[in-house]
Design a protein around this ligand. Structure first.
Ligand SMILES: C[S@@+](CC[C@H](N)C(=O)[O-])C[C@H]1O[C@@H](n2cnc3c(N)ncnc32)[C@H](O)[C@@H]1O
Length: 323
């Protein structure tokens, strides 16, 4: 594994400190905090598979997550990705969503009773299951953000970011703005020791990621784009880590984890989703989408085209270093 300290990345040698600030120059020097070759990532995945006899890895349990999470051994989860039901009167089939109802799986489980109470109960299970350096991403629409924030605070989790996932087609409205974003809260167990792999130089908290129209596919009605879930996994876990999703839906977290050399466990109360989840999970091989993080960065040529002034200065400094 390669580890680059944030300090090392930004703290320049004494000689460089007096140099003037050049916009975008730092991007030419950026390296992810941690990185793994494909072989290193595979080895971590395989080693952690054997190490977890007391917990059935890479499994979805078809039961209520609140009951299920109580059985998770203490301190065994590295990352939680949770996309709970919205807490609105939603059966996943409403015609405003322009869906072919025959392809939407029955029994979308909404919350009966108090959403605040439900939210508090499932979030309060997380701290015991998480490792000390673990993190949690919770997806929430704006209407139920308040109970989620309160539930997280009462569980002792610290909010680090309030990410906005912007998707381009919200439901058409006549007398108000079209809602076209989700809140994605990044919460951690300990704000001093949490794991965060800065794999991009300037990772902003607004993620413009398209939702796919999956015409003709059988599905649960609320599938997240895999790119959104992958982002959570890439920034907040390592190969071989264990990712928990209490509300598995179509299995997006399971697929994203498996294809990135991470393990998963999850819960889904609607057993009718089992065939969908099984077929999605078996359609990917472990690690098939993983590439070392440095290879995903823009190349020097791409940076040179985007920032010609910074490129000139970068080349000048490279020459100077070699002298
Ligand atoms: C918003 S969807 C999750 C969608 C998922 N992120 C995906 O990409 O497919 C919420 C899911 O939680 C399930 N669910 C609701 N209450 C639950 C509970 N108490 N325990 C486990 N699953 C539950 C619903 O049946 C639904 O499939």
């Amino acid at each position: 594994m390669t580890v680059h300290s944030e300090e090392g990345e930004e703290k320049a040698p004494a000689r460089r400190r007096s140099r003037r600030y050049i916009p975008n120059l730092a991007e030419f020097y950026f390296k992810p905090t941690c990185d793994w070759t494909i072989d290193e990532a595979r080895a971590l995945y395989e080693a952690s598979d054997r190490a977890s006899d007391d917990l059935e890895l890479n499994t979805v349990f078809y039961e209520d997550c609140i009951r299920g999470m109580r059985k998770i051994p203490e301190g065994s989860i590295d990352l939680v990705i949770a996309d709970p039901p919205f807490g609105i009167d939603f059966d996943g089939k409403s015609s405003v969503y322009n869906r072919d109802e025959r392809l939407v799986i029955e029994d979308y489980e909404e919350v009966n009773g108090s959403y605040t109470d439900f939210t508090k109960r499932w979030i309060s299970e997380l701290p015991r299951a998480l490792k000390a350096d673990g993190s949690v991403y919770i997806f929430s629409g704006w209407t139920n953000l308040e109970p989620v924030l309160r539930g997280a605070r009462e569980a002792g989790l610290t909010a680090l970011n309030h990410i906005v996932w912007h998707y381009p087609f919200g439901v058409f409205t006549k007398r108000r703005f079209v809602s076209s974003h989700y809140h994605v809260l990044l919460l951690v167990m300990d704000s001093r020791t949490y794991f965060f792999n800065k794999i991009e130089h300037y990772p902003e908290d607004v993620w413009p990621i398209k939702r796919k129209y999956r015409v003709g596919e059988v599905k649960n009605s609320t599938k997240l784009p895999i790119e959104v879930v992958r982002r959570c996994i890439d920034f907040s876990s390592k190969p071989g880590d264990l990712v928990l999703d209490p509300f598995m839906g179509n299995g997006t977290t399971a697929i994203a984890a498996k294809s990135s050399w991470r393990h998963f466990i999850g819960y889904e109360i609607n057993e009718r989703l089992k065939p969908v989840i099984d077929s999605e999970v078996s359609s990917v091989a472990p690690g098939e989408c993983y590439t070392p993080y440095a290879t995903r960065l823009p190349t020097i040529e791409e940076l040179a085209e985007a920032y010609p002034n910074a490129y000139r200065e970068y080349m000048r400094r490279e020459k100077e270093e070699k002298r």
